[in-house]
Design a binder for this molecule. Structure first.
Ligand code: SAM
Length: 331
């Protein structure tokens, strides 16, 4: 595990994050620069980024479904189309209740799109994600000086933090990327002391209300086994991980700011432009020829007006099941 600090603010934050690190089976934590070197670095001109902690992610490389997405390449274009959707942010803030300087870990926080407004709302934020390029981009964001933002490259299934290091945690649109939920939820449970752990994800129910599956059945057929599971199943996995109470609310997108498949389905014109959908894992996973054929059919039906009828058929289901679920899990 590597650890480095670059400026006075991040040094203070590093100490905060460092104090939460645990030894791993790989051996003890390694510090990239000896503390004296870190002190020397403090006298140099501060660099415009925060420190990033690197933990090893040994479990991921062998999984073909995970390998289907080039995460570093994805990170480079991620913010072109993906931001913090108010339709998701508000339910998160409601679930977390007032920040009051509480510490919060964003698990699979990507480029920090949701962590940043949570920091602005007054949480002391730490973000971890297993894609180094995602974390590098998060590091370049304008974190409020008071937020204590700290960043780590780490696997959600094996967090490098000690038990009860954070007051609460969130994880947004990560569920369909992590194969071992027992480890993922177990780790979330382990590192928080009060909670809640607020998880936002797409479910089997949301897929029922998604008209794009009619054109792109691979969304369902190529989804990893751990994506698009029934709400009840996800709730059960959270309880198994040790959360005693799980409350579920369903979200309804009124914007496409986070560029997720569930948001985009409300904006069919987005499907006319390859650039609008380029950062959506649900589509990235599809074989290129199937994606092309499906998009062509969508565009044909858009022009002919038939798409409106197809979408109208799905609307009652989308209203009923929502566009995603927020699981608010308490200890
Ligand atoms: C759809 S993005 C969501 C990012 C961020 N939560 C957001 O809403 O903007 C999924 C993220 O999960 C991360 N991820 C995937 N598998 C992971 C794992 N095992 N541990 C940590 N992060 C993971 C990816 O690198 C990516 O940043």
């Amino acid at each position: 595990m590597l650890f480095a600090a670059h400026d006075r603010a991040s040094f203070t934050l590093s100490v905060w994050l460092y104090s939460h690190l645990r030894d791993t089976t790989d051996g003890p934590v390694r510090v990239a620069a000896p503390i004296t070197t870190v002190h020397l670095a403090l006298t140099q001109r501060p660099r415009p980024h925060r420190d990033i902690l690197f933990a090893r992610c040994p479990l991921l490389g062998d999984n073909p479904l995970v390998a289907a997405i080039d995460y570093d390449a994805w990170a480079r274009t991620y913010d072109d189309t993906r931001g913090a959707s108010p339709s998701v942010l508000q339910p998160l803030l409601d679930a977390l209740s007032a920040a009051n300087g509480r510490s919060l870990l964003d698990i699979g926080g990507g480029t920090g799109n949701f962590a940043l407004p949570l920091a602005q709302a007054g949480f002391r934020v730490a973000l971890c994600d297993f894609t180094p390029e995602m974390v590098r981009r998060a590091a370049a964001k304008p974190w409020p000086e008071t937020s204590g933002a700290a960043l780590a490259v780490a696997d959600a299934q094996r967090l490098p933090f000690r038990d009860a290091s954070f007051d609460c945690a969130v994880s947004i649109n990560v569920l369909g990327h992590v194969p071992d939920w027992r480890a993922y939820f177990g780790e979330a449970r382990r590192v928080i002391r009060d909670g809640p752990f607020v998880l936002k994800g797409s479910t089997a129910e949301t897929l029922k209300g998604n008209w794009t599956v009619e054109y792109l059945p691979g969304i369902r057929d190529y989804a990893p086994a751990y994506h698009y599971q029934p709400e009840e199943f996800i709730e059960g996995a959270l309880r198994t991980a040790g959360f005693s109470r799980v409350e579920i609310t369903r979200i309804h997108y009124g914007d496409m700011v986070d560029g997720s498949a569930q948001a985009l389905k409300h904006y069919p014109e987005a499907f006319l432009d390859d650039d609008c959908i380029k950062n959506t894992a649900t589509f990235l996973r599809l074989p290129a020829n199937q994606l092309r054929a499906g998009l062509e059919a969508i565009r044909r039906h858009y022009r002919s007006g038939r798409l409106r009828q197809v979408i109208a058929r799905y609307e009652p289901l989308a209203r009923r099941y929502g566009d995603g679920s927020v699981f608010i899990s308490r200890l």
